[in-house]
Design a protein around this ligand. Structure first.
Ligand SMILES: *Cc1c(COP(=O)(O)O)cnc(C)c1O
Length: 363
């Protein structure tokens, strides 16, 4: 018998499942399973990444000053209250490690992002899952679930995989309903697709217990490089920096991210394309007889009659070389999450599902 045992909670972690990227027998796979940017990334980010290849022997900056300054300039934020991480996932991890431990409670919601319970288990904390109301985060249910052991509440807003969103007043009501010992993490991975949302920034300015996180993986199309950031009051950022590895981001990551965030014309173009195609895609799916909530992100959630029909639709899409995401693990067995592609990509999805529905329902 082995004498070495991992820390409590670790063996309860179910490994994160990422979107598939290849399909046997298909050369031209249309990957709509990971909410990636159909336009790729900014050319300026690509050039900055290539240039960074000249200095691979140099250690990167430990304080990310240039990248934080660029984020601060573009979003009009105080750079001293920004922390950068290996994807926003790492920032979420810093918050969890710094503020929760064994037998503490971390609140997530019914259809919440699957990283939240993984992070809770990582530190031996108990993930407490609160029901949603018709695929929308339910503020009152969260507030009612808080106990003396609650340390963190995680919400993504817009949410993944539902695409729904709480408005600013609702999020404010949530913060005001939480005791001062509980941190609200407002995960804004999809903020840029939500129109004029501030991503939780005004709440951070007013409350010492709010952390907002953002990512370069979605609107900036840099999921492969792994860069994200968080914004909170100084007291929290100071804590998180103590557990951050000094060289967590490479020169290439920081250079590409800085160029990407400064290329506001590219990001605005991506947001515009997404808004147009998202609306068209949703309307087309509804015309096919599917249920689809309004989405505020870069994907839509298509709801089928039952899990069997969702599975058959997924199989039909795969036959046509299209990969989307099954979301049974998120409590949505009858739904498929479909990333909003470019015009041609959305047309392929609608064509494929159109044929499927016609055969299925005998139209
Ligand atoms: C994609 C996503 C992220 C971003 O993760 P990165 O680590 O920054 O790539 C964070 N939260 C949610 C809800 C997401 O869907």
């Amino acid at each position: 018998m082995t004498q070495i045992t991992p820390q409590p909670g670790i063996m309860d972690i179910a490994l994160y499942v990422s979107g598939e990227s290849s399909l046997a027998g298909h050369q031209q796979v249309l990957k709509l399973s990971s909410n990636e940017n159909p336009l790729g990334c900014s050319d300026k980010a690509r050039a900055a990444f290539a240039a960074a290849g000249r200095d691979l022997h140099r250690y990167p900056s430990t304080d990310h000053a240039a990248l934080r300054a660029a984020i601060g300039e573009v979003h009009d934020l105080d750079p001293d209250r920004i922390i950068c991480g290996v994807g926003s996932d790492e920032v979420l991890q810093f918050v969890t490690q710094a503020y929760a431990g064994v037998d503490d409670e971390i609140i997530t919601t019914e259809h919440g992002f699957s990283m939240y319970p993984i992070l809770a288990r990582m530190v031996g904390a108990i993930p407490v899952t609160v029901r949603e109301a018709e695929r929308r985060v339910d503020i009152d249910a969260i507030i009612a679930a808080v106990t003396a052991r609650t340390k963190i509440v995680f919400i993504a807003n817009p949410a993944n995989p539902t695409g729904t969103m709480l408005d600013q007043d609702e999020v404010r009501r949530l913060v005001e309903g939480l005791p001062a010992h509980v941190i609200l993490v407002h995960d804004g991975a999809y903020t840029e697709f939500a129109g004029n949302s501030d991503g939780g920034r005004s709440l951070v300015d007013r409350h010492p217990n709010v952390v907002m996180t953002r990512t370069f993986s979605k609107i900036h199309g840099l999921g492969g490089l792994r860069i994200g950031w968080g914004y909170a009051q100084r007291s929290i950022i100071d804590v998180l920096n103590r557990i951050r590895q000094p060289f967590n981001l490479s020169n290439a990551q920081m250079a590409a991210a800085e160029a990407a965030i400064r290329d506001t014309a590219f990001s605005a173009g991506c947001a515009d394309l997404n808004a147009r195609m998202r609306q068209q895609l949703r309307e087309s799916l509804i015309r096919l007889g599917l249920d689809c909530d309004e989405s505020f992100a870069n994907f839509v959630l298509a709801r089928f009659a039952d899990p069997a029909e969702a599975g058959a639709a997924d199989a039909a899409l795969r036959m046509d070389g299209i990969l989307v995401r099954r979301v049974s693990g998120y409590g949505l067995p009858s739904a498929l999450r479909i990333t909003v592609g470019d015009e041609a990509g959305c047309a392929r999805v609608v064509h494929s599902l159109g044929r499927f529905m016609a055969e299925r329902r005998g139209a």
